[in-house]
Design a protein around this ligand. Structure first.
Ligand SMILES: Nc1ncnc2c1ncn2[C@@H]1O[C@H](COP(=O)(O)OP(=O)(O)O)[C@@H](O)[C@H]1O
Ligand SMILES: [Mg+2]
Length: 292
């Protein structure tokens, strides 16, 4: 009896664990069974490495059967251009970027990168060439290195370090005793806000994409982390075509082109001084937003 009790006890313990795992496995399989709404065309090709020229040609889009969110919109960037998207909430800035990443498809018009219609290429080959720093970073339970490569095929440690250096993250990562193998909790609980943002920047540049999308964070950091994040962003932006959903005056001012969006249309475009001179919608938005 004495010999039997312990193993029986273990069996019941493991049985509970097994039941819990079974429930999780069911949910994982449910998730994996969902077909992505955006599929590659049968004859989709790999998008060759791009230079970063982006064109929207008369693009229109609506979510489901709702009001049009993007209306007959045209834009064209040259490689290396920094484009700031400005406009009030709901103007369609994020939607425009969702279309470029092909999370949704335009109802009319087309989007070209280096002259190639993005509908004709494999979605993974498109998304690998666009780095994204979202407004809110999601980190996963895993090592810092895994969080930077984001589950994509393993990269050599040097590439990960290079990305972390660009992102001003290498120093704080090196100070952890486990370095890049340091475990971060779910949602990055063990890192500060500024550190999380810098990991997100490293993640966006680790594959050296030619196109970068920044959804500028609005939440304030303390001034020291703020400076580190800004410096990291500036470095990350070099030699890439950048779309910034800009909330900061300093960013807007420095952009090569500002696009002022309203109700899914580009109302005005130009540099900061040009648009101020116009005394149009941007000028009054600017006065309200940044000087008021
Ligand atoms: N997933 C969605 N489903 C339905 N409507 C959406 C969705 N995302 C955004 N919208 C609507 O589209 C419009 C543009 O939103 P968005 O592109 O997020 O604007 P911005 O980023 O400029 O604040 C808004 O009216 C918003 O309510
Ligand atoms: Mg938005």
């Amino acid at each position: 009896m004495a010999l039997l009790l312990h193993p029986i006890d273990l069996v019941t313990q493991h049985y509970n664990e097994f039941k819990q795992a079974e429930a999780s496995v069911e949910r994982i399989f449910e998730l994996m069974a969902i077909a992505p709404s955006m599929q590659d065309k049968a004859d989709a090709v790999e998008l060759p490495t791009v230079t970063g020229k982006v064109e929207f040609q008369q693009v229109s889009f609506a979510y489901a059967d709702n009001q049009p969110v993007i209306q007959d919109l045209c834009l064209r960037t040259y490689p290396g251009e920094v484009v700031a998207l400005v406009g009030s909430s709901g103007a369609g800035k994020t939607t425009l970027m969702n279309l470029l990443l092909r999370f949704y498809q335009p109802h009319d018009g087309q989007i070209l990168i280096d002259g190639v219609d993005i509908r004709d290429v494999k979605i993974t080959s498109l998304r690998h060439q666009i780095g994204v720093v979202p407004q809110d970073t999601t980190l996963f339970s895993g090592t810092i290195a895994q969080n930077i490569t984001y589950g994509r095929p393993a990269l050599d440690p040097e590439a990960i370090q290079l990305a972390a250096k660009i992102a001003n993250a290498h120093d704080f990562i090196s100070q952890f005793s486990q370095g890049y193998q340091t475990w971060v909790g779910e949602r990055g609980a063990t890192l500060s806000g500024g550190q999380r943002q810098r990991v997100a920047i490293a993640r966006a540049v680790v594959f050296n994409p030619r196109i970068l999308i920044l959804d500028e964070a609005t939440s304030a950091l303390d001034s020291e982390s703020e400076a580190l994040v800004q410096e990291a962003l500036e470095r990350a932006m070099q030699n890439r075509t950048v779309f910034i959903i800009a909330h900061r005056l300093s960013t807007v001012r420095r952009a090569d082109t500002i696009l002022f969006l309203e109700k899914g249309r580009i109302l005005e475009s130009g540099t900061h001084p040009e648009l101020l001179e116009k005394r149009g919608r941007y000028a009054s938005f600017y006065t309200q937003q940044f000087e008021g």
